[in-house]
Every structure is written in structure tokens, then in C-alpha cells.
Ligand binder design. Structure first.
Ligand SMILES: Cc1ncc(COP(=O)(O)O)c(C=O)c1O
Length: 485
């Protein structure tokens, strides 16, 4: 689209070609003459088949998990069954109005209530809110609930949130948004939380600890029970960032580990695609003592009347965290996924995610340096430091070159504690053959780095566009058709 002499011009417009004919208002239409449009509608003339080809061609220029392997660490870009999409598109669900009275939406409330119950069972928690719309939104909800709880107990002076140095950036951002100081806790040489450093940093100012488990290195925090004990003893609460719950589903009760509150990313683990800025759900689950502080309304069930209802009557609630009840159709996908997988299926999915990640690490570890060479959970982190030192080829170049081999790059340069990091999460939905082909491509790229470094440094060579200004590409997205493409 171009703007010339204040008029919008579409390059694909061809005068005289018939596009979609917009009918004129019938004469008897009750719009006064003076309010009717006097100049023609400036929409382009383009035949329907060209419009379809234009958009399909654009969609093919993008990468997606429906096209190929997408091992973006920490993002769980797994393949989501189309069945769950179909369920979320049922008109009986999409046509609901969020202001409809409880009596007319019993089915929707039942879906939300039962989803809460399933997630409570999976985590061992006693309360749930589906309202937060992202992981970060769940974190803020959980930390504000802890803040309200401590204030209610007369401990409102506490102002420090302890956060491991391997944490996702949303953790310290959340602490700060809630008005607290983020205090970093070191990782030890095994890549897990350094318990001695934790002991040195807890105090009567500790609000709590935000801990990711498995952490962003893909490692299970083996000392979690000791960690939660230390924090509780100091009067703090333990918030678990459960964005990596794909590795734990059905295997571990978080309540047994001493977790007080946790968020899960439905838009990773439970069948809504992650990434692309689409709608998400950062469901928060909590122990009983935090339940009075959950956002309103809560979705509840009355066994006497056998009716579901929204409960707004929670005097200690932190209030609303999002309009209405959060992203309902994301909840529907999660509900369909849980029901179609069943408890054993979810447990198997977690086990397969861990198995796939360990197999892939095994295929690569002779060729690449694994940052923490130990048995991992759902993901692992490589460092390309030795390659960079010896050839000048960086992680960034390797990531770009992978596109030429038909693979999306892993997450790069995260976690921050690993230099030249490549964080790989294959997920449970990929086959052994795909994992092997990916490992082969990475190993080939490593060889290229030594034999022909420029080839890797100038990659990608086969994509519609080469290297982009990534900040601009995200912030000033150009999705228009251009006549020279
Ligand atoms: C470990 C971890 N925590 C928190 C988040 C934040 O989730 P969201 O992007 O939904 O806000 C992510 C996102 O990828 C994550 O990987």
C-alpha cells in the first residue's frame, strides 16, 4: 500500500479489473442523504484468485511449526493437535457474549471450572484462577497475591524478591512492577540454585523466592525441598515459574515440593501455540492460604444447586487482572487437550519431551560443548564459545544458517549466564528421524564454520529475506505487498 497525494494506492490495483463488487445502498435504506458517501470507496480492484494467492504466498514466507521443526528453548513450540483448534472454533463457544448471565452460560462455566480442577490435580494445588493472559501476567498476579497476603499478616515491610541468575527476564520485571527489589541468587557449577548463596540472602525482608523448575538450563532443581524450607523458615513465600511444566506433567506434585503459588503457560504446554504474540493464558494455581487473595471473579460450583457461577464476593481479592475472565478459547483448547490425552497421556508426553531432549543432547555432545553436561529435562543449552574463538562464527550465524537446512533456530543468547548460548527444546511431538536430521545439520554447520566461515557468517542464503534489523522487524513489521517481490 502506498500513500500519494493523501490517497491510499494499492500496487495490486488494476483499473478495469473486476474485484469484489460492493453494492450501493438501496434507495429506500434509512440513511439520510447528507450522511451518505459521495466519493467511491477506495478499495482496490483485484481478482479474487490473486487476493488468495497474495495471502497464501505471504504465509509461505513465514516459519511455523506446521512447516518444520521449531526447537525454540523455553518456548515449547510443540505441534498442537488440530482437533483442539476445531473444538475452540465451535460456534456454541465463539458466539458467547462475555456479559451473558451465569444461567445462560453454564456450559462455558463448566469448562472453566473443570479445567481448574484438572490443573489443580496436576499440580497438587488447592485454588486456581484462569484470568491472567500470559506467563508474565500470571507472575504479576501471583506476586501481588503474595504481597496482599503478607500485608494481611502484618508483614507489609518485606520488600525483597529473590530470583536466580538463570531466570527469565519476566521474573525480575514482575518483582519490580509489584514494587519490590529483585535480589539475584547465584547458580552453582551444576547449573542449579546455589543454596549457600540463598541462605546468605534470605532475611526478614524476604517477600519470597521466584524459582523456575525445571530451570531455564533444562535442569531439575534437585534441592527444591531444602530451598522451599529455607524460604519458609525466613517467613517468605515460594513462587514457581511453571512455564516449563511440559517436563513435569503428571510426575510431580508441586505442593509436595513446598511451592505456594505457580503459573502455567497454557500457551506452551496445553495446546495453544506459543510465540507470535497471540492470545495466551498464564493460569495461576495456589495453596489454600493464598486463595482469598485471587483475582475476582472466581469460577465456582455449588453442589447443592448443581450450578456453576462467578463469585465476585471476595473481600481480600487483589481485584481484576484482565477484562472479563481472561482468554476463554485458550482455556477451551487446554480442556480439549487434557481430555483427549488423559492423565496417562499427559504423563507420557512429559516423559517423551525429556527423552527427546536427552537423545538430542547425546547426538550433539561429542561435537558441541554442552553448558552443563548432565542429564537434562525438556531442554539443554549448548555454548558456541569454542567455535567463536577458533573461527569467528557466532551463535547468531549458526542460528541463521540452520534456516538454509530447513530448521528454525533454537533460542539464542539465553539464559544470560551461558555465553554464546543455544538453548534447544525439541518437545515430545518430534520423531527420532527429525531429531537426527537436526543434529546432522548442526554438525554440518560446525564443519562449515571451520572450512568456510564466510558461508555461515553470511547465512541465510535460501530464505526470501536475509538478515534483518531484528528490532525493526518486530517493532515496525512490514506485511504489505511490494511490487518488486
Ligand atoms: C521460563 C519462562 N518464564 C516466563 C515466561 C513468560 O511467559 P509469557 O511470554 O507468556 O509472558 C517465559 C516465556 O517464554 C518463560 O520461558
Amino acid at each position: 500500500m502506498l500513500v500519494k497525494d493523501d490517497k491510499v494506492i494499492f500496487e495490486k490495483n488494476r483499473d478495469g479489473v473486476r474485484g469484489f463488487p460492493v453494492p450501493d445502498f438501496p434507495k429506500e435504506y434509512p440513511i439520510p442523504q447528507e450522511l451518505r458517501r459521495t466519493v467511491p470507496l477506495g478499495i482496490p480492484n483485484v481478482p479474487e484468485n490473486e487476493v488468495v494467492r497474495h495471502y497464501v504466498r505471504l504465509s509461505q514466507k513465514n516459519w511455523g511449526v506446521d512447516i518444520g521443526f521449531y526447537p525454540l528453548g523455553s518456548c515449547t513450540m510443540k505441534y498442537n493437535p488440530k482437533f483442539n483448534e476445531d473444538v475452540a472454533r465451535l460456534p456454541q463457544l465463539t458466539h458467547l457474549h462475555p456479559n451473558a448471565p451465569d444461567s445462560l452460560v453454564q456450559g462455558a462455566l463448566r469448562i472453566m471450572y473443570e479445567l481448574q480442577e484438572y490443573l489443580k490435580t496436576l499440580t497438587g494445588m488447592e485454588g486456581a484462577t484462569l484470568q491472567p493472559v500470559a506467563g508474565a501476567s500470571g507472575e504479576l498476579t501471583g506476586i501481588l497475591m503474595i504481597k496482599a497476603y503478607l500485608k494481611h499478616k502484618g508483614e507489609g515491610h518485606r520488600d525483597e524478591v529473590l530470583i536466580p541468575d538463570s531466570a527469565h527476564g519476566t521474573n525480575p520485571a514482575t518483582a519490580s512492577m509489584a514494587g519490590f527489589k529483585a535480589i539475584e541468587v547465584r547458580s552453582n557449577t551444576n547449573g542449579t540454585l546455589d543454596v549457600e548463596d540463598l541462605k546468605a540472602k534470605v532475611s526478614d525482608r524476604t517477600v519470597g523466592l521466584m524459582i523456575t523448575n525445571p530451570n531455564t538450563l533444562g535442569l531439575f532443581e534437585r534441592e527444591i525441598k531444602e530451598i522451599t524450607r529455607i524460604v519458609h523458615e525466613a517467613g517468605g513465600q515460594v513462587y514457581m515459574d511453571g512455564a516449563n511444566f511440559n517436563a513435569l506433567m503428571g510426575w510431580v506434585s508441586l505442593a509436595d515440593l513446598g511451592i505456594d503459588v505457580v503459573h502455567l503457560n497454557l500457551h506452551k504446554t496445553f495446546s495453544t501455540p506459543h510465540g507470535g504474540g497471540g492470545p495466551g493464558a498464564g493460569v495461576v494455581l495456589m495453596r489454600e492460604h493464598l486463595w482469598p487473595f485471587t483475582p475476582v471473579p472466581t469460577v465456582e460450583y455449588d453442589p447443592d444447586s448443581q450450578r456453576y457461577h462467578l463469585n465476585w464476593d471476595k473481600p481480600l481479592s487483589i481485584g481484576k487482572m484482565h477484562t472479563f475472565y481472561g482468554h476463554f478459547l485458550v482455556m477451551v483448547r487446554a480442556y480439549a487437550y487434557i481430555l483427549s490425552m488423559g492423565g496417562e497421556g499427559l504423563k507420557q508426553a512429559a516423559a517423551d519431551a525429556v527423552l527427546n531432549a536427552n537423545y538430542l543432547r547425546h547426538l550433539l555432545e561429542g561435537e558441541f560443548k554442552v553448558a552443563y553436561p548432565t542429564r537434562n529435562m525438556h531442554e539443554f543449552v549448548l555454548t558456541a564459545m569454542p567455535i567463536k574463538r577458533e573461527t569467528g562464527v557466532r551463535t547468531y550465524d549458526i542460528a541463521k544458517r540452520l534456516l538454509d537446512y530447513g530448521f528454525h533456530a533454537p533460542t539464542v543468547y539465553f539464559p544470560l549466564i551461558v555465553p554464546e548460548a543455544l538453548m534447544i527444546e525439541p518437545t515430545e511431538t518430534e520423531t527420532k528421524e527429525t531429531l537426527e536430521a537436526f543434529a546432522e545439520a548442526l554438525i554440518k554447520i560446525k564443519r562449515e564454520a571451520y572450512e568456510n566461515p564466510e558461508l555461515v557468517k553470511e547465512a541465510p542464503h535460501t530464505t526470501p529475506v536475509g538478515r534483518l534489523d531484528e528490532v525493526k522487524a518486530a517493532k515496525q513489521l512490514k506485511v504489505k505487498w511490494e511490487s518488486d517481490t
